[in-house]
Design a protein around this ligand. Sequence first.
Ligand code: HEM
Length: 288
Amino acid sequence: MWSSEVQKDEAREAAAKLAAEAHGDFTESMSYGDYLDLDTILSAQKPRSDQHDELLFIIIHQSSELWMKLVLHELENAVALLRNDRLEPAFKSMARVSRIQAQLIQSWDVLATMTPADYSNFRDALGQSSGFQSAQYRQIEFLLGNKQEHMLKPHAHIPELDAKLREALRRPSLYDEAIRLLVRRGFPIDPSVLNRDVSLPHQAHPSVLAAWIEVYRHSADHWDLYQLAEELVDIEDAFQQWRFRHMTTVQRVIGFKRGTGGTAGVGYLRKALDIVFFPELWDVRTSL
Ligand code: HEM
């Protein structure tokens, strides 16, 4: 026997010995699968066709929804922390959101292995269902400031969900909280910005731009606000990358067909690229 094979045998034996020390009887105690409720999660993939690629399509959506759940958890935490002037822990949550977004952007590469023919084999089975009806996606958009009441329409038939989304629509966004923080730090923000109806999207205002210009020009004097601005830009930048990859993936899979959700498809997704959450943080770049 070659010496490398002897070494492999020894390694296998040693690993088996160490594994034998692990707990093996779970009749009385909680196991990994119990803790994670894997029975529920792993039985939630219910393809509507017998087509091979439908499982990929389901899993990519379900895992995206799980990551969105964590994004919401972190963004809600960041909003509450900012409101209480606790910037450092808020940055931790915001940085985590950016890393999750990187994961979500990466997942388009997996989905792009599905060809147009693979998808059209089961597309009819989706009926009118579409990511357009993702309640968590709308909630994330609301938290980031893209408040659009008409997006509640697909959720009207589920009263609890409708109420949850309406509540998110009426709450100040992450950016509203950042602007309120600028005020607490002495920046003269126009009252019309502070007293605005927060269930509508924020409109860029010169007083907010002037505050960010001061923060960026004198970053050493306003280091935490400067960091906050850059963390916000990271999140919006990644959000745009996700939107862009969604649009290109959709184009390569269905071309310019209409979406199952009823919109024009790629034309609709291309228009969504014009949506801006934190306009002054992009304008500030031009002003510096
Ligand atoms: C082959 C795969 C996919 C196709 C062909 C596709 C197609 C589309 C289309 C055409 C729309 C516009 C609404 C409509 O008319 O249906 C849309 C919206 C949307 N999709 Fe997808 N999609 C795909 C994968 C995904 C995945 C993996 C996610 C992850 C959750 C996702 C999430 C969304 C969301 C959140 C929207 C709403 C976007 C907005 O309103 O700005 N999609 N999709």
